[in-house]
Design a binder for this molecule. Structure first.
Ligand code: EPZ
Length: 419
């Protein structure tokens, strides 16, 4: 296993490009199950989670090849409708194959994803929506067994905003008979990117990006070409890196218009963030101001930026409160940040952060994707050396983050554990 070793204190200076979005790539790759022919995708990030969804698709008999970052996905010959536990347990987003498989093959056997470090993350809303559309769902020996004589359009109201729930049912509805209305739907940009791909395939999806999405089912869909949108969470992570090091960076391929709340909160903390030519100029400040945040579904402050923002607040002047309303256990990074000298107390779903003068480098352990990013960020700002172990968590959602940061001047390198 690798670890990342960081000697803190270097200001980040220079240009850096944002990779394609993980949370767009995953549902879009799965949507190829809905058509026959060769789908071609560019700007695909090289991530562990992308490799995992490719394994899941290949296990279904889908052809997947790639050449210099261009992926070709051909689901003409889908020979199985099973997503096994050993794959689904490594990445819960594999549940996204459920809707498309039921829509295309009228049945699916998909392992229940089980728990996760950041919360129970049930999928009851995915299943309930499919049942409303006429699927018969049985849960047996840790698997979801879904059958249907042909899905029918229906009106589905989500009790809770669910991103992959919205995506799963949008894909299922694309080939259902009749009209489906998703109410209280997720409005994330990745949902919109998926809807755009489905419409390119010949689907009839309207309202994506609002909380009511309508899908008029069609008989069949065809293969498409598409460029994956940039990753707004990676972009936000890079902005925080500049904020932590009084850096001055220009972020290229930045999905600026999808980051209003994150940019608003970073500006409140004292950062200067402005469009400049083909990028976004992002400048850190000496005096980081404390800012309160509450995570919410898009367009609110994204839960996937919570851990990163907490690192910035740990060095702010004054007290800040971060409320995590999406997941019940997404403060795992707090104990590691405390070991670096952060003054953070947890009360219920809130973390109360008293800014400190400095953090101290330390050996720390990553536990989930965004927590691992927050530990790397803390290392950039800390005095001395920080070693982040179990960086395979980081590799799930960040493409060569250590290299990108090194190019900006960070003293950071990836080494084998034990070196
Ligand atoms: C997506 O996860 C993202 N993953 C997550 O990103 C992100 O944190 C999350 O949305 C929230 O924005 C992908 O897009 C692949 P949810 P998802 O269903 O869809 C509850 C990252 O770091 N819920 O929107 O699994 C659930 O427990 C990852 O890139 C139900 O109760 O999240 C949670 O409290 C982490 N029943 C809330 O809804 C359900 O059937 C939001 O979950 C479904 C969800």
């Amino acid at each position: 296993m690798d670890k990342i070793v960081i000697r803190g204190g270097e200001r980040l200076i220079g240009d850096v490009g944002v990779s394609g979005s993980k949370n767009s790539t995953l549902p879009i790759f799965v949507s190829c199950l809905l058509n026959e022919g060769e789908n071609v995708f560019s700007n695909v990030p090289d991530l562990r989670d992308v490799q995992t969804i490719i394994k899941v698709l290949r296990n279904l008999g889908v052809g997947v090849s790639q050449e210099e970052g261009v992926y070709r996905i051909n689901a003409t010959e889908v020979s199985s409708d099973e997503a096994p536990y050993d794959l689904v347990k490594t990445m819960r987003a594999s549940i996204l194959v459920l809707g498309p498989l039921v829509a295309r093959r009228k049945k699916a056997t998909v392992s229940l994803p089980g728990g996760c470090a950041i919360g129970a993350r049930p999928i009851n809303l995915h299943l309930a929506g499919l049942e409303v559309m006429g699927a018969k769902i049985d849960l047996r020996h840790g698997y979801i067994e879904a059958k249907s004589d042909g899905l029918k359009g229906a009106t589905i109201s989500f009790d809770t905003v669910t991103v992959t729930g919205t995506e799963n049912l949008m894909m299922a509805a694309a080939l259902a008979k009749g009209r489906t209305v998703l109410q209280n739907a997720a409005m994330e940009p990745e949902v919109v990117d998926l809807a755009n791909v489905l419409n390119k395939m010949g689907a009839k999806v309207t309202g994506a990006g609002t909380n009511v999405i309508e899908i008029e089912g069609v008989k069949s869909l065809h293969a498409v070409e598409h460029r994956i949108i940039p990753d707004r969470i990676e972009a936000g992570t890079l902005m925080v890196a500049a904020g932590l090091t009084r850096g001055n960076i220009k972020i290229l391929q930045c999905p600026f218009s999808e980051m209003e709340m994150v940019v608003h909160k970073l500006r409140e903390s004292g950062m200067e963030i402005e469009s400049e030519g083909d990028g976004i100029r992002t400048v850190g400040t000496k005096r980081i101001r404390s800012v309160d945040i509450k995570t919410q579904p898009y367009p609110g402050f994204p839960t996937d930026m919570q851990a990163q923002f907490m690192v910035l607040m740990s060095l702010a002047r004054g007290l800040s409160v971060i409320s995590e309303t999406i997941f019940e256990n997404r403060f795992i990074h707090v104990s590691e940040l405390r070991r670096m000298g952060a003054d953070i107390r947890i009360q219920g779903d809130s973390a109360i952060i008293q800014g400190v003068e400095s953090l101290g480098g330390a050996p720390v352990m990553a536990t989930d994707l965004r927590a691992s990013a927050s530990l790397v960020l803390a290392g950039l700002a800390a005095d001395g050396v920080t070693e982040v172990s179990r960086v395979y968590h980081l590799d799930r959602g960040y493409e060569a983050l250590d290299k990108k940061l090194a190019k900006l001047g960070a003293n950071i390198e990836r080494v084998k554990e034990g070196d």
